[in-house]
Design a protein around this ligand. Structure first.
Ligand code: TRP
Length: 338
């Protein structure tokens, strides 16, 4: 007999930009967490490809990156049967709501976004309006699904805060329209740092490829990068202040083996950094192996990928169009008769 479960599952929305390589940092810091939320929550995930063109893309490469990122996220364990996983540009409600929200977002608010300031400095030759209004598109992504929770890294917290302000402002004018989303802080957060400069976040845009491990790196490359990771001169595997490199490697090892810091310290009590780095490399290789195998199968299966992203986009459209229609009506647009 079915038990009456009237409690609605909370809605989680998150997205990632398909701009090139997906790193171990993306995987352990965000994706692995998404995967584990799929049963307990009603999850909706997207590849934020509209956001990606705020930085100039080469068309063929961009197309390839999006398809590869899609296959890789499926390989990591996103199950589109449970959690619609779509490509943002396939669901037209996103750009439509983003325009409306732009008109409820202040210039000054956007100007204060630190990511805008950073990216404008980094791409000084192309400080386009899309880069500036990026947060209102992100707000549209989230608010269209009436998301209760949004897993975001520290770098996106400010954007989520702005999303909440936009939602509250709109609700204040027109009555309750949007769910005001909260940040989802994972129980065990993993902030994976650069292997070469462990005070900085691991980033795929790092010029030094030894600074990051890509999820699809070959085993020998993963081993080399781990062995070359920057550590300290204490030669003692324990976490502590000023030991950013070792703290980071312990964090990685802990994520892929499930061991606690205490257990790791014990395992390497009388061993040096060389042994530890080799063990980290091997554990990462083993952890990524099944993902790489699934990826190799999926990327050959274009029809299956197309089916997954198409069905997901259809589901996402039917959910999001309800919010969009509500918004259009409240603002005062003449309802479409078709
Ligand atoms: N801006 C996010 C990033 O670069 C990606 C993103 C787009 C996102 N839309 C979102 C994240 C909505 C969470 C919710 O990481």
């Amino acid at each position: 007999m079915e038990t009456a479960n009237t409690e609605r599952k909370k809605v989680i929305f998150s997205a990632i930009q398909p701009s090139g390589t997906i790193t171990l940092g993306n995987y352990l810091g965000a994706l692995k967490n998404w995967i584990s939320l799929q049963d307990e929550y009603s999850c909706i995930f997207a590849l934020a490809d509209l956001h990606t063109i705020t930085v100039r893309q080469e068309p063929a490469k961009f197309r390839r990156n999006v398809l590869e990122a899609y296959a890789l996220l499926l390989a990591c364990g996103i199950d589109p049967e449970k959690s619609p996983f779509f490509i943002q540009s396939h669901v037209c409600t996103h750009s439509e709501l983003a325009w409306v929200l732009n008109c409820y977002t202040q210039f000054g608010e956007l100007q204060r976004m630190t990511q805008f300031k950073d990216k404008a400095a980094k791409h000084a030759d192309n400080v386009n309006a899309g880069l500036f209004t990026y947060p209102s598109l992100m707000a549209a992504d989230i608010l269209l699904y009436q998301a209760d929770l949004v897993p975001v890294g520290a770098d996106q917290k400010q954007h989520l805060e702005l999303t909440r302000n936009i939602a509250e402002r709109f609700n204040g004018i027109y009555g309750r329209t949007f769910t005001v989303p909260d940040a989802y802080i994972p129980l065990q957060g993993a902030r994976i740092m650069s292997l070469q400069e462990p005070t900085r976040k691991m980033s795929k845009s790092d010029e030094n490829a030894n600074a990051y491990v890509a999820v699809l790196d070959k085993p020998e490359d993963i081993m080399r990068k781990c062995r070359r990771a920057i550590t300290d001169s204490e030669a003692c595997v324990r976490c502590g202040e000023g030991k950013d490199g070792i703290n980071n490697l312990m964090g990685i090892y802990s994520c892929v083996t499930g061991l606690s810091n205490g257990q790791i310290e014990k395992e390497f009590e009388n061993k040096g950094y060389g042994d530890f780095k080799t063990a980290v490399g091997e554990a990462v290789v083993e952890h990524l192996r099944p993902i790489q195998e699934r990826y190799a199968d999926l990327i050959k299966n274009r029809d299956y990928l197309e089916q997954c992203y198409t069905e997901s986009a259809q589901k996402a459209l039917s959910i999001s169009v309800r919010t969009l229609n509500k918004v259009m009506k409240k603002v005062g647009f003449i309802p479409r008769a078709f």
